[in-house]
Structures are given as C-alpha cells and as structure tokens.
Design a protein around this ligand. Structure first.
Ligand SMILES: Nc1ncnc2c1ncn2[C@@H]1O[C@H](COP(=O)(O)OP(=O)(O)OP(=O)(O)O)[C@@H](O)[C@H]1O
Length: 395
C-alpha cells in the first residue's frame, strides 16, 4: 500500500534526515516508526503526504508514484493526526470533524451525519459533545476528535505523528486501547510515529526501529523484543525487554494446567474426600455448564457434611480470557497475590479452560522467545527469567 524505494531527504543546510530508506507497509497494516528524537521519523511521514519532498528515491501509494499526484488530491486519500491536534477553536466539535467532507464539497447534512457517526466511533457522544468548542474538552477528548476528523473522508491511509504524546500516561493507555479497537474495525493502512517503544510495541503490527536516518530493524513487536537485530536495537528496546515481551505474548490453551475440578451441586463430603486422596489443596468450582464459578479449599470440611459444594464455594476474583497478554496475567497474579489464574474461553459465557501458574507463564514466555529466535545464536538472546522479571517488577 505504501512503498518507499531508496528514499533520501537532505535539507538545505546539508542535514541528511533520511538516508536511502526502503520499506513497504501492507494494506490494513499498522506500522509504528520508533526511534530517538531527530532520527527522521517525522520527515519520513511527511514525505508520504508531500508536506516534504524527497531529495532522491520514490514513494508509491497503492502502486502510484506520489510525485505524479497533485498534493491536494493526494491528501484526500490520507488522514493526518498530529500531537497538537490543530482543531479550529471557533468551530464546534461536529464542525471540526466535518472539515474534510466540507472541503470535499459534500452536502452539509451528509458531512454532519458522517461526523456524528465518527464521533460515536471514537467514544464521544455527538449529542453531548457535538456542539461544544475544543476548549471545552479534555486533552484526551481533543485527541479523539483529531482521530475522528482524520477518518471523516474515509481515507485508506492514516498518518499519525505522536498523536497521544500530549496526554498523561493513563489517558494515553486508554486512547491506545480505543484506537486498537477502532483499527480492528476500520483496518486502515497506518504509519504511526512515536518515540516510545512501549507504545510502538502495543500498537504496531510491525515496528520500524530507526537509527540515524535509516531503519535498523523492521519486524513484529515480538521479534524486535525477542531477537533484536543489532546491539543498537537491543539497547533501544531496553534491558527490560523480557518484561515488555509479556505484553505481546498471548495466553494459549496449551499453556494451561488442569487442576482438580468440582461442580456446584456435587456433594461436599465426596469432593473433599477426592481432593484429599489426590493430595490437592483446592479445586476449581464450575457450574452445570462447565462455566467458571469459583474455587474451594480441600481443608476445613468434615467428610460427614451433608452440604453441597455450592454452600461453601468462593467466588473467583482473578480470571482472564484466553488470548489475553501474559503481562495482564502476571499483573493479575501480583494484584490478587494469587499463585494461579483461571483462564476462560472468551467466546462463550466463561467456559473454564484451565489455570495459568507462574511456572507455566515462564514456559509460555520461553516458547515465544524460542519461536522467534530460531536463527539467532542463543548467546545473543539474553532474556530475563520470570524470577528476574519478578525482581524488576517489585523494585
Ligand atoms: N526543515 C529542516 N531543515 C533542516 N533540518 C531539518 C529540518 N527538519 C528536520 N530537520 C532535521 O532532520 C533530522 C530529522 O528530523 P525529524 O523531524 O524527521 O526527526 P524525528 O525523528 O521526527 O524527531 P522527533 O521525535 O524529535 O520529532 C533532525 O536532525 C532535524 O534537526
């Protein structure tokens, strides 16, 4: 969808901002450009919508050489979101969002209808926020309007330059999650500039890690973290990359252990006998449909009781759907001081699949590292163990 072929940008003062850059972004792919300040990320991005012209090389959009496309027409195919959102202060949120349809000559009603739809899509109720002015919004809400505005003419490509850079970390994480959900629906081809490796890892289908004016590694987040291509990349992604990697490795069914299971209507006496015979200290409690209900300890009941498990089962506080990142599992374990986390099927109504223990979490982390590091000599893939991760986290 976007292809750079040997692109170089030298500014008039002799600065080479981008040096012989070649890469390709597939349709519907979200690529994050990450690197330290001044490495050429913004220059790369602005060459795509011709705010900056390359000195050498060619850029293609959907097969068309962009140097042959009139810049104004080109920009209609490209949504642009920047950090200082650039909303018009004297226009309402709805008018701001409808700017591009308006410029494209859409009928007023159609433009406003589309703007309202998009505000909804980014989580701003148009009946509440549509008539407000930008100064009556929070920073995070303004960023959402920026995203809605960029999507208004339904361009196939989005360029986003540190769009969440100006908000606090909590709002930022929320905006990132919302944007991921939105992108799953709209599937734009996105170039996303950030200097924050965490953000690059969280959002990118692939990450381009910039050195000085060139890309040092262009790979999936898991590979960049698990098998950095150069010492520079290893240094940039940081010594705690094992910890970061937890956020890109999902819990799989194969990672789970199968503890003893009892049902709500089972006789407590028989369940207790069984658990003691098996040497188990607790069991997972399921309802009649094998959905997760909670857990029950093996001790503390006499085998003479007439009760059912239901009378003494405890509700489960910590559980996760399969596919959730290992980082969330780890955080949940720490938060609840739990030695294991129940994992359920995300499609059904909480169908129980098994439990994740710290040992299994460690194995899952190793599995994903090994999968990526097949061609990389072992010694170069120095990754923390769960123990050292635990120590880092508790420091
Ligand atoms: N108009 C210009 N004239 C001369 N040099 C420029 C110009 N614009 C950018 N540069 C230089 O080009 C290099 C790359 O700049 P660019 O803005 O692309 O970096 P960046 O990676 O986006 O940085 P940041 O994260 O700080 O925004 C820098 O050294 C910068 O000083």
């Amino acid at each position: 969808m976007i292809r750079f072929e040997h692109v170089t940008k030298r500014y008039a003062d002799g600065t080479t901002a981008v040096d012989d850059l070649s890469f390709e972004v597939a349709e519907g792919e979200l690529v994050t450009l990450v690197g330290p300040s001044g490495c050429g990320k913004t220059t790369t991005m602005k060459m795509v919508n011709r705010l900056i012209e390359p000195t050498e090389g060619r850029i293609f959009l959907d097969g068309d050489d962009i140097s042959a496309i009139d810049p104004v027409r080109l920009r209609r195919r490209i949504g642009y979101v920047i950090q200082q959102v650039g909303l018009f202060p004297h226009c309402t949120v709805l008018e701001n969002t409808a700017t591009v349809p308006h410029l494209l000559g859409w009928k007023r009603g159609k433009g406003r209808e589309r703007a309202a739809e998009l505000l909804d899509l980014v989580g701003l109720d148009p009946s509440v926020y549509g008539d407000r002015y930008p100064e009556q919004l929070s920073g995070g809400q303004r960023q959402r309007v920026g995203v809605a505005r960029a999507l208004a003419a339904d361009p196939p490509v989005l360029l986003m330059d540190e769009p969440f850079g100006a908000v606090d970390p909590v709002v930022r994480e929320r905006l990132q999650n919302e944007f991921l959900k939105l992108q799953a629906q709209v599937r734009k081809t996105v170039l996303f500039v950030t200097h924050d490796i965490e953000e690059a890892v969280r959002l990118g289908d692939r990450i381009a890690v910039y050195g000085q004016g060139s890309i040092e590694q262009f790979d999936s987040p898991a590979t960049v973290l698990g098998a950095p291509a150069t010492p520079y990349v290893a240094d940039f992604v940081g010594a705690d990359r094992g910890l970061k990697r937890l956020s890109v490795t999902p819990i799989e069914e194969g990672d789970l252990e199968q503890p003893p299971v009892v049902h709500l209507d089972d006789s407590l006496a028989r369940a207790t006998e069984r658990l003691r015979a098996e040497g188990a200290r607790w069991a997972v409690v399921l309802d009649g449909e094998d959905n997760l209900h909670g857990w029950i300890p093996a001790d503390g009941f006499t085998t003479k009781t007439k009760d059912t498990v239901r009378a003494h089962a405890r509700r489960m506080e910590a559980w996760l759907p399969v596919g959730a990142p290992l980082k969330q599992a780890f955080a949940t374990m720490l938060q609840h001081d739990a030695g294991w986390i129940a994992v359920i099927d995300k499609e059904s109504n909480g169908h129980f699949l098994g439990v994740l223990t710290p040992a299994r979490l460690h194995e899952a982390l190793r599995r994903s590292i090994d999968a990526d590091a097949q061609d990389v000599p072992r010694a170069e893939v120095a990754v923390e163990t769960v123990e050292s991760v635990t120590k880092t986290a508790s420091r």
